[in-house]
Design a binder for this molecule. Structure first.
Ligand code: ATP
Length: 236
């Protein structure tokens, strides 16, 4: 479903992604783990077209989309829940969800159905639908960010550090939501620093270090890999 071939992304003279090749197959959950500044967010942004690819190629369903503008990638079935959630604080929960459905302008019934689907998935959002999003708890904002990304009914969901800044119990809820999405057959690329949880939910995983993939394997393999244990699992 998604293929990256030697992708490089730079910020001026700094090369943040130095030639990454990876693959996400249909209905797989794939995770990219790595330390702060490894280039994880940059990589996801390049997949949705928010950062320009300097070299290399990105394919979605076998079609090259390296230079397709970001607003058109929604039409290709890709959506991202960004790091730091990116919810619009002064808009209500419902309004934020409607923004996620902008690609379906002119079809209010489809939008209502999609909102209803997300309220079923995240009942807390239904209770708080008229609340300003900035007043939600961190965990609720994360659920909203995921629900908003799902409003366009993507076939590939990119999640950028959904656990960031959340309490352990809430992180458990977020990973449970990811498990359920996986169960529904959605294809997911998950970027995380919470390596243990991410590897636990992933079919396959990659380790990204200073812009390069240094290890790959099944979630289980990497959970048991001595290098991964030493570098990423020590504290958990
Ligand atoms: P984190 O987990 O801390 O978010 P990350 O793995 O997602 O880290 P990126 O945010 O992709 O890493 O950053 C990779 C590198 O690119 C870092 O060295 C960072 O300083 C740099 N970088 C990121 N965004 C920009 C930008 N807009 N301008 C310049 N440099 C940037």
């Amino acid at each position: 479903m998604l293929k990256l071939n030697s992708v490089k992304v730079s910020y001026g003279a700094i090369e943040a992604v130095k030639g990454v090749s990876l693959e996400v197959r249909k209905s797989e959950v794939v995770t990219i783990i790595g330390a702060n500044g490894a280039g994880k967010s940059t990589l996801l942004k390049s997949i949705v077209g928010l950062e320009a690819v300097k070299e290399g190629h990105i394919y979605i369903d076998g079609k090259e989309c390296t230079y397709v503008p970001s607003h058109k990638r929604v039409g290709l079935g890709v959506a991202m829940s960004p790091e730091g959630r990116g919810v619009f604080a002064d808009q209500t929960v419902r309004e934020n969800l409607m923004l996620g459905a902008y690609s379906r302008k002119g079809d209010p019934r489809a939008i209502e159905e999609a909102i209803e689907r997300e309220f079923k998935r995240f009942p807390r959002l239904r209770e708080r639908q008229n609340q300003l999003s900035g007043t939600l708890s961190g965990g609720e904002q994360q659920m909203l960010a995921i629900a908003r990304a799902l409003m366009s009914e993507p076939r590939l969901l990119l999640l950028d550090e959904p656990s960031l800044g959340l309490a352990p119990l809430i992180i458990k809820d977020i990973f449970e939501a990811i498990r359920q999405l996986r169960h529904s057959g959605l294809t997911i690329l998950l970027v995380e620093q919470m390596a243990k949880q991410a590897l636990g939910v992933a079919d396959r995983a990659y380790v990204l270090e200073t812009g390069l993939i240094t290890l790959e394997g099944s979630g289980k393999e990497l959970l048991n890999d001595p290098k991964v244990k030493a570098a990423y699992l020590g504290a958990h």
